[in-house]
Write a protein that binds this ligand. Structure first.
Ligand SMILES: *Cc1c(COP(=O)(O)O)cnc(C)c1O
Ligand SMILES: [Zn+2]
Length: 417
């Protein structure tokens, strides 16, 4: 059963039908899905959700498409891990990691793609397309394969090898574009009007795609026993995920699933080499100034973020902050999370952890807060980032003597007692 009543312009509030529309004809504002919150409040219960599948689809009534058999590889329902060892290193109290590295294609993008393609199929599309910084391409190719749809994904030509291989393996079309993500995105915007029969998940069906990110908030609240955290740290590329995480917590209260009105401080994480939203925050500016990306955090390398302004507003409204961290801090962040919690994240996860560390040191994220950090992609996607910084402790001949002479090992190993 579908609770969607239509679409609405985020700027001028003009109403539209729930079709493949994404911008307002009158003011060019982005469109947003509207739900019947009254009916949801009356009909949706925690018990009903608890009885649902162990995927994002347990929240189907709060998603923009109803389908008894969604296009589903099992996205979502990822672990929320208490991170005491990391918290101790950062001087924090109650810290949790939302481990979205374990999604089917290794990133949070499976949440948004599962929703977008299910809606696209319902609207009659047969071709799935996207402009991607890498992870979106992985996920679209995988979900399209699952659904028997044709996929055509567009990526910048200089992506990490793993991201290209793990996209191409699904047998769709991978088009490497000589340019940055922003060039890829502009091309796809032109293509989308040229080929209205293709579903570009983050262009003409973006309105639906974006809603998938709300499940990052829904799951955290449910995993905390239907409570909201005090502070979340979210990576920012286009700004869609951050905006929708903020919306997700508010929506749960709106439909009566959270008793108390949540006051979640939302902080955003960007890489110094591509930090248009963090820059605007730190400069106290209103407009987002586009940048040309130069960072190892390629999955976040969007120089002209579509939802940047909305993300900035969401951060300011919530009393959160944004930070921009260096490539060295990103690598340190990846290693710190791996060393303390046994979770291997890609560069975007390094950005989140480095930002968490920075904001904790500044006293913005506080020890008296219940904090959740969103770690959104798997480390095997970006092993290049660690080249030369981790490796064997020693390389030895296969003899006891050789091992014994690698004595510096001994001190760190400890002994059974
Ligand atoms: C795409 C992506 C993000 C951010 O997504 P936006 O919604 O565009 O801000 C975060 N982490 C990873 C790993 C991603 O691939
Ligand atoms: Zn409008």
């Amino acid at each position: 059963m579908d609770y969607v009543t239509g679409l609405r312009c985020r700027e001028c509030a003009r109403a539209y039908p729930a079709e493949a529309l994404h911008v307002c004809d009158f003011c060019f504002g982005p469109l947003e899905v509207v739900y019947d919150y009254e009916r949801l409040r009356a009909e949706l219960s925690r018990e009903q959700i608890a009885a649902g599948p162990h995927t994002i689809w347990r929240y189907a009534p709060l998603l923009p498409v109803a389908d008894p058999v969604p296009i589903d590889l099992g996205a979502g329902f990822t672990p929320l891990v208490r991170a005491d060892r990391l918290a101790a290193e950062l001087g924090l109290g109650e810290l949790w990691i939302k481990n979205d590295t374990v999604n089917p294609s290794g990133s949070f993008k499976d949440r948004v793609v599962s929703v977008a393609l299910t809606k696209a199929r319902q609207l009659g599309f047969k071709v799935a397309a996207c402009a991607s910084t890498g992870n979106l391409a992985n996920s679209v190719a995988a979900h399209a394969a699952r659904a028997g749809m044709v996929s055509v994904v567009f990526i910048p030509h200089d992506l990490e090898t793993a991201k290209v291989v793990t996209t191409a393996v699904y047998g769709g079309h991978v088009v490497a574009v000589e340019g940055t993500y922003d060039d890829v995105n502009r091309l796809c915007a032109e293509l989308a009007s040229d080929r209205p029969d293709w579903a570009f998940v983050n262009v003409n069906v973006r309105t639906y795609y974006a809603e998938g990110s709300k499940t990052l908030a829904f799951e955290v609240a449910e995993q905390l026993g239907w409570q909201a955290p005090d502070h979340v740290v979210v990576p920012v590329a286009s700004g869609s995920q951050l905006t929708k995480v903020a919306k997700g917590f508010a929506e749960l209260h709106q439909v009566g699933l959270l008793d108390e009105e949540p006051h979640v401080r939302v902080s955003g994480a960007q890489a110094e080499g591509c930090a248009p939203v963090a820059r605007a925050f730190l400069d106290g500016a209103d407009a987002i100034r586009p940048v040309r990306p130069a960072t190892i955090a390629k999955s976040l390398a969007i120089g002209n973020p579509a939802d940047g302004w909305y993300a900035l507003q969401a951060v300011r409204r919530s009393g959160g902050a944004l930070a921009a961290v260096s490539d060295d801090e990103i690598v340190e962040g990846i290693k710190l999370l791996a060393r303390t919690e046994g979770i291997f994240a890609e560069t975007a996860g390094g950005v989140t952890i480095a930002t968490l560390a920075r904001l904790a040191a500044q006293g913005v994220v506080r020890a008296d807060e219940r904090v959740v950090a969103y770690v959104t992609g798997h480390g095997l996607k970006t092993v290049e980032a660690l080249a030369g910084t981790v490796g064997p402790s020693a390389t030895i001949a296969p003899t006891l003597e050789a091992f014994a002479s690698a004595v510096e090992l001994e001190s760190g190993l400890g002994h059974r007692s």
